[in-house]
Design a protein. Structure first.
Length: 186
């Protein structure tokens, strides 16, 4: 599948249908007009998975990155990676979007925005963020407890429930989260 998601709608989707790992990456990209290598991979493959075409993905990354760099630099240093995600460069592998397990197990350092927020964020910072997103304090409390018990994907399911008014079927993959959200929102 492809081409059914319009990049003009990504801000809206980030608020309504992205799991937190992708919402954080999207917001970091909008704020800094840049993401590090693993952030670009995690988010870029997710975008491919939800149906953003290579052409649209290129326009999306270019528009954001060229707020802080000139087009030449983007074309030289980043366009390759966008095509690479779509299997158009290198070994021409058709790379698969990352599962929760893979994201939860990734190593994340200071200044990185990839990874799973339920695993990699400080629980207090996470709680503040959730509150700022308008999540009720009861849900924020439940999510924080699950995070402290290392139940990251269950916590992610709670976030789904809090933002959709119904439970998820169990979160295994960010793209599954997105699809379930789209169905739930009709
Ligand atoms: Fe993303 Fe999975 Fe973590 Fe949810 S549990 S935030 S979908 S990596």
């Amino acid at each position: 599948k492809g081409g059914e998601i319009c990049i003009e709608d990504l801000d809206k989707h980030a608020r309504a249908s992205y799991p937190l790992c992708m919402r954080f990456l999207h917001e970091a990209l909008r704020t800094h007009h840049h993401l590090r290598h693993f952030g670009r991979l995690q988010y870029g493959l997710f975008l491919k998975g939800i149906g953003v075409s290579l052409q649209d993905a290129m326009r999306f990354w270019r528009e954001e990155f060229t707020r802080i760099m000139d087009v030449d630099k983007f074309e030289k240093e980043h366009a390759y990676n966008v095509r690479y995600n779509y299997g158009q460069e290198g070994k021409r592998t058709n790379y698969t979007p990352y599962s929760c397990m893979k994201i939860i197990c990734s190593s994340v350092g200071p200044g990185d925005h990839h990874g799973c927020p339920f695993k990699h964020s400080d629980v207090k910072i996470l709680a503040n963020k959730l509150q700022a997103y308008g999540i009720s304090s009861q849900y924020v409390g439940e999510i924080s407890e699950l995070v402290k018990g290392n139940h990251y994907q269950v916590a992610c399911g709670k976030y789904f429930e809090a933002t959709h008014g119904k439970p998820s079927n169990g979160i295994q993959h960010p793209n599954q989260y997105f699809e379930e959200s789209q169905v739930a929102l009709g």
